[in-house]
Design a protein around this ligand. Structure first.
Ligand code: GDP
Length: 303
C-alpha cells in the first residue's frame, strides 16, 4: 500500500476539510486562518505544532503576497514538511543498520499497539533486503506473546530465539545475541514486555535488558523503536512521553495509520518530542510497513 491508499481516512477528512475551507473563503484573512487552525487541531497535529505552522503560514503568505486561498494549500504542505524536519537532515528517519556487524534493534510499546505485528513486518522487510535476521522473544510477560512472535517469525522466514513464559527477558535477549552472533546475523530484533502500569518496573526491566545488550555489543542497541497506535491520538503522545523517560527512544513505528482520520499525530510526535517516525503501519499484512518519509506522508494527506 502507498501512503495515498493507506491513509485514505486521514486524507478524506483532512483534505476534504481544507478544500471546503478554500471553497468558502477564497480570500486569505484572519478568519480563514482561525478555521484552518481548527481543522489541523482536529487532525491531531498537536496544538503547539499548529501554532508554529499558522505563524509560518502567515509570514509566508505575506512574503509572497498570496491573496487567493487556493494558493495557500501548496504552502501548507511545504511548511508541514519543513516543520517536520526542522533543522535536521532529511535522512533522519533512516534505520541505523551497521554493515558487516550485528545491529540490535530493541522494540518497546504497550500491549495492543501492534508491537508483535510490526516486528514481524520489519523482519520480513529486512530479509527482503537480503539481511540475515533473528528475533528474540523478550516479551515473556504477556500470555501468548512468545507463540505470536513465533508465528510471525515463521511467516517472515526468520529464526526466533525464545524461552518459556515468565523467564527473565534479559536472559532471553542474551541468548538471542549469542545465537545471532553464531549465525552471523546482520540484525537482531528484540521484543520486550509492554506493561506501562508500573513505570518503575518498566524502567528497571528496560535498563537491565539494555545493560546486557551493551555488555555484549558495545555499540548497541542501534535503535530503540517505540511502537505507537495512531488511532489512540493524544494517548499515543502520552505513551511516547512515558517511554522516552524510561529509555532513549530513537524512533517511532506508528501503526494503524490506515485506521484513523487523525494521522496528523505524526507531526505532533516529531515536533513536540523530537523523535522521528521511522516506520508507518498501513495495514495488517506482512507487506504493510512503510519506511516513513515526511514528503510522501504530506503528499498522502493532500493527494
Ligand atoms: P502487540 O500487543 O503490541 O504485540 O499488538 P499486535 O501486534 O498483536 O497487534 C494488535 C492488533 O493490531 C492486531 O490485530 C494487528 O493485526 C493490528 N495491527 C497492527 N498493526 C496494524 C496496522 O498497521 N494497521 C492495522 N489496520 N492493524 C494493525
Amino acid at each position: 500500500k502507498t501512503y495515498k491508499q493507506g491513509m485514505e481516512k486521514t486524507r478524506n477528512s483532512f483534505s476534504g476539510k481544507i478544500n471546503d475551507l478554500i471553497a468558502r473563503y477564497r480570500k486569505v484573512d484572519e478568519d480563514f486562518f482561525e478555521e484552518l487552525e481548527e481543522v489541523l487541531i482536529s487532525a491531531d497535529v498537536g496544538v503547539s505544532t499548529v501554532m508554529d505552522l499558522i505563524d509560518e503560514l502567515k509570514m509566508e503568505v505575506k512574503r509572497r503576497n498570496i491573496k487567493d486561498s487556493a494558493e495557500v494549500k501548496e504552502v501548507i504542505s511545504e511548511k508541514l514538511v519543513e516543520i517536520y524536519y526542522g533543522d535536521d537532515d532529511e535522512d533522519l528517519e533512516e534505520l541505523n543498520i551497521q554493515n558487516g556487524e550485528l545491529s540490535i534493534i530493541l522494540v518497546v510499546g504497550v500491549n495492543g499497539a501492534g508491537k508483535t505485528t510490526s516486528i514481524g513486518k520489519l523482519a520480513y522487510k529486512l530479509k527482503q533486503e537480503g539481511k540475515n535476521v533473528v528475533l528474540a522473544a523478550g516479551d515473556t510477560f504477556r500470555a501468548g506473546a512468545i507463540e505470536q512472535l513465533d508465528v510471525w517469525g515463521e511467516r517472515a522466514g526468520v529464526d526466533v530465539i525464545k524461552q518459556s513464559e515468565g523467564s527473565d527477558p534479559a536472559a532471553v535477549i542474551f541468548d538471542g545475541i549469542k545465537s545471532a552472533k553464531s549465525r552471523n546475523a546482520d540484525v537482531l530484533i528484540c521484543d520486550t514486555a509492554g506493561r506501562l502500569q508500573n513505570k518503575v518496573n518498566l524502567m528497571n526491566e528496560l535498563a537491565k535488558v539494555k545493560r546486557v545488550i551493551e555488555r555484549e555489543v558495545p555499540s548497541a542497541p542501534h535503535e530503540v523503536l517505540l511502537v505507537l497506535d495512531a488511532t489512540t491520538g493524544q494517548n499515543a503522545m502520552s505513551q511516547a512521553k512515558t517511554f522516552s523517560e524510561a529509555t532513549d527512544v530513537s524512533g517511532i513505528v506508528l501503526t494503524k495509520l490506515d485506521g484513523t482520520a487523525k494521522g496528523g499525530i505524526v507531526l505532533a510526535i516529531r515536533n513536540e518530542l523530537q523523535i522521528p517516525v521511522k516506520f508507518a503501519g498501513l495495514g495488517e499484512k506482512m507487506e504493510d510497513l512503510r519506511e516513513f518519509n515526511a514528503h510522501a506522508f504530506v503528499y498522502g494527506l493532500f493527494a
